[in-house]
Design a protein around this ligand. Structure first.
Ligand SMILES: *[C@@H]1O[C@H](CO)[C@@H](O)[C@H](O)[C@H]1NC(C)=O
Ligand SMILES: *[C@@H]1O[C@H](CO)[C@@H](O)[C@H](O)[C@H]1NC(C)=O
Length: 460
């Protein structure tokens, strides 16, 4: 009898207490709105699924990724079982993510949130954030349109003995989409497993509601002189609508990049995974919500490149996920000489671990590339969003040379071969002056495709 009372009392506590798992912001939204779009995170996340991989040997990357995805799905299926039971007993719309071992629920009520929080395997519940895209700064068309490709010595990299222009590598961008019919991009779009749109499952071919996604892909792999790796093939996932990116869409794209599907979400094939993914979205600081995806990308040998944001020039202004040690974070250089820092480029150190950021810088001002309005449209724009694809394109050259390069190997090849003849900013961040390399303004310096690829060739 006494035992029964005790158990009931404990259950009473369990029902009242779980609010500690519910993020403060979500609690306020539920109070004011009644419902919210939520993410449910489970203890352990995807860590066990990824670490199990390290002990095994695989014949190739496809076998490794296929096994990774199987592990991730198995872990997600078993950890999310009870939570799924709660969801299926109600009429709510939800989505399971195996990439991060999370559940996404649309319009969750207070009652449902409390029930989910009552499950011991649930770690925390947070409200979905919608990330607003920063609009780029528009500029004049510069006379020598390919100055940016020249300054990082991409043409010299293509011409190296044993050099390459990206042939054999596959790049992805996770942005506003791409105008696939653009004259600079139509020849190297990989149509098979080449497009996914989480906002519209009936969309079968790439399109761009903004223009920026097309511009970024142009700098990465565009032909006619605008791209760093014009021999590489490209694929794309629409992580962002024309103005903003939902976290649910960014997770879906993170998942699709590891093991692409057809545009309708079916017939997954991990052999279609890209070698590098270029990201020019971000929001907040020290926010680690995308870490599970970044870890999975790393395990799948997909190199994550991120713009670090345009919130400079204060120290510690780097945005997430560019501030994560799991990505190569890219800052922007100013003007067409690209030998000083762009005024708005965010500056390190990272608020996550005090680590160095950016990792590297690239031309990002007055960049001319393809535009989304017509098949022969070009536009000149500025921002760290434009700097990131210069680095992603250089990574495509490195991965074309050797697809097996690890994240650390790629990072070292880029960092150890960057140009450091950059302007003294007379500034110190994280105790490091801008004249000492690496530093929190320029990272390791300006990316140099020829030197990085030459070093990679000499390694092999
Ligand atoms: C890239 O290099 C390959 C091999 O040398 C060549 O066949 C191809 O035309 C080049 N592609 C571009 C877009 O320059
Ligand atoms: C990459 O790894 C695969 C399998 O592990 C191997 O067969 C291939 O030769 C490697 N490629 C290079 C360029 O080292």
């Amino acid at each position: 009898m006494i035992r029964k009372v005790l158990i009931l009392a404990l259950i009473g506590v369990a029902l009242a207490a779980p609010s500690s798992k519910v993020e403060q912001k979500l609690t306020s939204t539920l109070k004011s709105e009644g419902t919210a779009n939520i993410f449910v995170k489970f203890h352990g996340g995807n860590k066990a699924a990824i670490s199990r991989l390290e002990l095994l040997k695989f014949t190739d990357r496809t076998a490794k990724i296929t096994h990774l995805v199987k592990n991730l799905k198995t872990v997600a299926q078993s950890t999310q079982k009870n939570a799924l039971g709660l969801l299926k007993a109600r009429t709510v719309s939800f989505k399971q993510f195996w990439i991060s071992n999370e559940l996404y629920v649309q319009g969750a009520s207070v009652e449902l949130v409390n029930s989910l929080a009552g499950l011991p395997e649930v770690e925390d519940i947070r409200e979905e954030i919608v990330i607003t895209l920063e609009q780029p700064i528009f500029g004049e068309i510069v006379p020598n349109a390919e100055w940016n490709i020249e300054i990082i010595e991409a043409p010299a990299a293509w011409a190296l003995p044993g050099g390459n222009n990206g042939t054999g590598a596959v790049v992805a961008n996770l942005d506003t989409g791409v105008r696939a019919t653009h004259e600079a991009l139509r020849d190297n779009f990989r149509e098979s497993y080449g497009w996914f749109d989480p906002y519209d499952s009936t969309s079968t071919t790439p399109s761009d509601g903004n223009g920026v996604g097309t511009h970024i892909m142009g700098t990465l792999v565009g032909s006619g002189g605008i791209g760093v790796a014009p021999g590489a093939q490209w694929i794309s996932c629409r992580g962002c609508s024309a103005i903003s990116c939902t976290q649910a869409a960014l997770l879906q794209c993170g998942q699709w990049v590891v093991c692409p599907t057809l545009p309708n979400g079916e017939s997954e094939d991990c052999s279609q995974a890209p070698h590098v993914v270029s990201n020019s979205w971000g929001g907040g600081q020290g926010d680690t919500w995308y870490d599970p995806v970044l870890s999975a990308w790393q395990a799948a040998q997909i190199t994550p490149i991120f713009a670090i944001g345009n919130s400079g020039p204060s120290c510690g202004s780097v945005g997430s996920p560019g501030d994560s040690p799991l990505v190569i974070g890219v800052g922007s250089l100013s003007g067409t000489s690209a030998d000083s820092l762009a005024s708005g480029s965010s500056i390190g150190p990272s608020s996550i671990n005090g680590g160095l950021k950016p990792d590297i810088t690239a031309p990002g001002s007055m960049i001319r590339s393809a535009w989304g309005t017509s098949d022969d449209a070009y536009q000149t724009i500025s921002g760290t969003s434009m700097a990131a694809p210069h680095v992603a394109g250089t990574v495509a050259l490195l991965r074309a040379e050797n697809p097996n390069f690890t994240f650390q190997e790629v990072k070292d090849l880029l960092g150890n071969n960057a140009d450091t003849d950059l302007e003294d900013l007379g500034a110190v961040c994280g105790g490091i002056p801008s004249t000492q390399f690496p530093n929190n303004h320029y990272g390791h310096g300006r990316v140099n495709a020829r030197r990085a690829l030459e070093a990679a060739i000499n390694l092999n």
